[in-house]
Design a protein around this ligand. Structure first.
Ligand code: PA5
Length: 463
């Protein structure tokens, strides 16, 4: 299995100039900090950072595969009901590892996959109008087991199935992944006897993709979940190396930190030159934003830290964002996601050979054109003094995606040490959840509701 590669040539001053790029000395000065950060993060592997151990949970994997086997051929659709860390990984895996047209013509005995990570009535209402609940398995995912969006969807779709096939049969249309003991969803599992999986302690939402949170839906739609965790384990092995210049997660974290703090690049663009990796970039956006975007340092000082993740897709965004990226403010750095070997060879037919405007395309492959566009963008960014790195994989498969996900997770954990923030909490997200509970009149949140009402807010100014 081939290893993914992190090429950081073009973040260096030699490529983009002294003012914008990093020097070898700057990186070398991070070596000691990186070694300590890695040691401190890995030391928590069996304590509060149990996500580091997810690649080795073979019993859980066996149970997931047995469950997927037991329902094979029974459902035409799987609908994930979850949000944030309980949804983004599912989408990233589906779009990376299954056909973009999977839902139009899924392989035999394999359901379609829908990830309903929004409660917009027009999304949910359309789903109800178009998808038959009696042929659908609802995969309800919530670490806390109480998130309003997910629970409202659960109530809604549970009822829709009951209305079609009755209460008893409906139970087999629901599979739950939640905390082992806490939360109303676990209580409901106990009452209803739903098949359920556990989000282990020490596995936060955005670090949970390699737990049943991401693996149940993947196994159901035929993704090679064993390959995925083997890829993650391979990256874990590789990243135990404390040498900065040999460890891709340490290097990625060091580059992010230095470009932000020493070169004024608060924007981190993950630029996927693979249509299949566009949602991996989306998943990474949440991982980076929620983990590092914090008001307080670990000692409680107010710091308001955090890079801003941006997702872009090549070649599409060459015709949308790249003008800004090459000529706008020097506030961004770029991680290009690149794939050496697409699965398909598509050759452009020759025609109009007397017209140079199209003649040069005839007989060339889309891979050649795609990679020329990617390399062209990389050259343009570099010549314009924009630091850019490339994360490359030979092919997109379960093993390389497992490697990439683990690399990003570990890198972000290391960034938490460098930025001196708690990478594993999300008080800003919780604040929004609490305000929503209060506004919805949930018992226990009366005081917060009174506070919101008393504050009155500013007088509306609307035209
Ligand atoms: O990463 C996180 O912790 C969040 O994005 C959560 O995943 C999200 O808020 C959903 O929470 P829960 O899984 O508890 O329903």
């Amino acid at each position: 299995m081939s290893a993914i590669r992190f090429d950081y040539t073009n973040v260096l001053a030699d490529a983009v100039g002294e003012e914008r790029g990093l020097t070898d000395a700057m990186l070398a000065a991070m070596a000691g900090r990186s070694r300590t950060a890695l040691h401190d993060v890995l030391a928590r592997r069996t304590e509060d950072l149990r996500w580091l151990d997810l690649p080795y949970q073979t019993d859980v994997l066996d149970r997931i595969l047995a469950y997927a086997d037991s329902v094979r051929g029974r459902f035409q659709n799987v609908a994930v009901l979850g949000i944030g860390g309980s949804a983004l990984g599912n989408t990233a895996l589906q779009t990376a590892l299954n056909s973009p047209y999977h839902n139009i013509s899924p392989p035999a005995d394999t359901p379609r996959l829908f990830v309903l990570d929004n409660i917009d009535p027009d999304l949910v209402g359309e789903f109800l109008d178009h998808v038959d609940p009696s042929t659908t398995l609802f995969n309800v995912i919530s670490k806390s087991g109480g998130t309003a969006e997910t629970m409202s969807q659960f109530l809604l779709f549970r009822q829709a199935v009951i209305d079609r096939i009755g209460e008893e049969a409906a139970r087999e249309h629901i599979v739950v992944t939640t905390d082992e003991k806490n939360g109303v969803l676990r209580e409901i599992v106990g009452r209803e006897g739903y098949v359920s999986f556990i989000v282990p302690d020490g596995v936060g939402g955005r670090f949970s993709v390699l737990s049943p949170v991401g693996l149940v839906s993947s196994a159901l739609v035929g993704i090679d979940v064993q390959g995925l965790v083997k890829g993650a384990a391979a990256m874990d092995e590789r990243c135990r190396n404390p040498e900065l210049f040999e460890n891709p997660a340490l290097l990625h974290a060091a580059v992010q930190t230095l470009l932000h703090t020493e070169r004024d690049c608060p924007m981190a663009v993950c630029f996927s030159y693979s249509h299949r990796l566009r949602d991996l970039a989306d998943w990474y956006a949440q991982l980076l934003a929620e983990s590092i975007g914090k008001k307080h340092s670990r000692s409680g000082e107010i710091v308001h830290r955090g890079p801003t993740p941006i997702r872009a897709v090549g070649v599409t965004d060459q015709h949308s964002q790249v003008q800004l990226y090459t000529e706008g403010p020097f506030d961004k750095w770029f991680t290009l996601l690149a794939v050496d070997e697409p699965d398909h060879v598509v050759t452009i037919p020759s025609a109009y050979e007397d017209l140079e405007g199209v003649a040069y395309l005839g007989g060339r492959t889309l891979k050649e054109l795609f990679q020329a566009e990617r390399d062209g963008t990389r050259i343009a960014l570099t010549e314009a003094g924009r630091p850019n790195a490339t994360l490359s994989m030979n092919k997109v498969n379960a093993h390389t995606i497992g490697q990439a996900m683990f690399l990003f997770e570990l890198s972000v954990a290391i960034m938490g040490e460098h930025y001196d923030v708690d990478a594993f909490d999300q008080p800003g997200v919780e604040a929004g959840k609490i305000a929503a509970y209060a506004l919805m009149g949930r018992t226990g949140f009366e005081a917060r509701r009174a506070e919101i009402e008393a504050s009155g807010g500013s007088a509306p100014r609307v035209v």
